[in-house]
Design a protein around this ligand. Structure first.
Ligand code: LLP
Length: 424
């Protein structure tokens, strides 16, 4: 459910016509709905009740915008971070350190020190080597590091290979068979406090079965680790629940179904549960608003060339992802078209042979479900300005990231002295 709806023939985000934002800010531009994010956070929280005090640590990577983090922080969400940059963003947005978990396979000593000094709920470690580095850092700066290991349960997540993380061949986590040795080693390292177990098997999961299989393994592991003398009080079940992108496909399991499954599997574990949802919270809360530059004839279908490109929204090029495409003010006709951006690559294609609203040059179009992994993954490829972002809240709206224009991009480059006076 989201708050992008047609009123009087024009698509609105909450109470604001998207045409108004396009006129004021220009295109392409990301537009986010506060009410949608808040609703999704609330639905997830309610679906987990009556678990005792779960920590919902929003996966910052999905959308790290400061205004998004503030919106979610105000709902009581914590943060799952995977870099020093994300840790600093979470803190800057007012998220309390005791609600922050630090994940990721390649944390550096500097990133560990940053989080130890600022405080956090737990490091999710992915190898014994990482535990050894963290032990050294913690000992050096005189802080105790709360840790859990991310276990790789070797389950097939059934999602796109590039966002599947829980198979034995993936780089993530400690292989299930090696977990006992890893906990034994961590327990003897100075500066570490072993407290948790973590798992995350992939993203955009459209079935609960692989999640359930992974959680069952985590449950057994908790029992075994306790029997071996480790005081396990935290289980981090990661993120990954899929969301609908294409209305013609069956909907992924609802947060309610997910919550019921978690309660069935985990209610006797006697731990504090942590969740790391990203896409579920912000995915449907955003659209990429773009304008049609021209419609060019094609051999089978016309090419609708829009002013957004793969640098603004990479998911179709990277994962063949489907984003629904709609006119902001439909004229009524339908067309089958290829929708492409201006970047000089065939991969800069949003959709081929898509049945959609017929559009003309100058018309506004949206790509739906662009709140997660969209602006977050944008770049300035082809020297295109970095897309701005707008947050809507009822009838109010504000630019929450300015367009990083070409002047700023040129200014960030430096010409070395030996070239400064070189002329052809
Ligand atoms: N926790 C960990 C350790 C993760 O690696 C991720 C996502 C999450 C939580 C959040 O997963 P979510 O609830 O959002 O599924 N760029 C890709 C998605 C990459 C996901 C990476 N990890 C995409 O556009 O589909």
């Amino acid at each position: 459910m989201d708050y992008f709806t047609h009123r009087g023939g024009v698509l609105h985000c909450e109470d604001v016509p998207l045409s108004k934002i396009a006129d004021a800010v220009g295109t392409p531009v990301y537009v986010y709905s506060s009410a949608t994010m808040i609703r999704h956070a609330d639905v997830l929280r309610r679906s987990l009740e009556p678990l005792p005090d779960p920590l919902i640590a929003y996966a910052v990577k999905a959308n790290p915008n400061a205004a998004v983090l503030r919106t979610l922080g105000a709902q009581g969400l914590g943060a799952d971070v995977v870099s020093g940059g994300e840790y600093r963003r979470a803190i800057a947005a007012g998220i309390a350190p005791h609600k922050i978990v630090f994940s990721g396979v390649g944390k550096t000593a500097d990133e560990m020190a940053l989080a130890l000094e600022g405080g956090l709920f737990q490091f999710n470690l992915e190898s014994v080597e990482e535990a050894e580095m963290l032990s050294e850092v913690a000992t050096r700066i005189g802080r105790e590091a709360p840790i859990g290991f991310r276990v790789n349960p070797d389950v097939v997540a059934g999602t796109h290979a590039k966002i599947s993380t829980g198979g034995a061949e993936n780089k993530f986590g400690v292989p299930y068979a090696d977990t006992h040795a890893a906990y034994r080693r961590a327990a003897e390292l100075p500066g570490l406090r072993v407290q948790g177990v973590a798992v995350h098997i992939g993203s955009q999961l459209t079935s609960l079965a692989p999640l359930e299989a992974a959680f069952v393994k985590v449950g057994s592991l908790i029992g075994e680790l306790r029997a071996a003398g480790h005081a396990i009080s935290v289980a981090d079940l990661g993120g990954g629940l899929g969301i609908p992108y294409n209305a013609e496909l069956p909907s992924p399991p609802s947060p309610e179904d997910y919550g019921a499954m978690v309660r069935r599997i985990a209610s006797e574990w006697d731990v504090r549960l942590v969740f790391e949802p990203g896409r579920l919270i912000v995915g449907n809360a955003g659209v990429l608003l773009t304008r049609v530059i021209r419609v060019k004839p094609g051999s089978t279908h016309p090419f609708v060339v829009v002013d957004a490109a793969m640098n603004d929204l990479m998911r179709p090029a990277l994962y063949d992802a489907w984003h629904s495409i709609e006119a902001v003010a439909p004229h009524g006709g339908r067309v089958t078209a290829n929708v492409v951006g201006p970047v000089c690559e065939t991969g800069d294609t949003f959709a081929m042979g898509r049945e959609m609203d017929s559009v003309a040059p100058g018309d506004l179009v949206i790509f739906r479900t662009a709140g997660a992994y969209a602006a977050a993954m944008s770049s300035t490829y082809n020297s295109r300005p970095l897309t701005p972002e707008v947050l809507v809240n009822g009838a109010e709206w504000a630019v929450v990231r300015k367009r990083i224009d070409i002047d700023r991009l040129i200014a960030a480059d430096a010409v070395p002295e030996w070239l400064a006076s070189a002329q052809a």
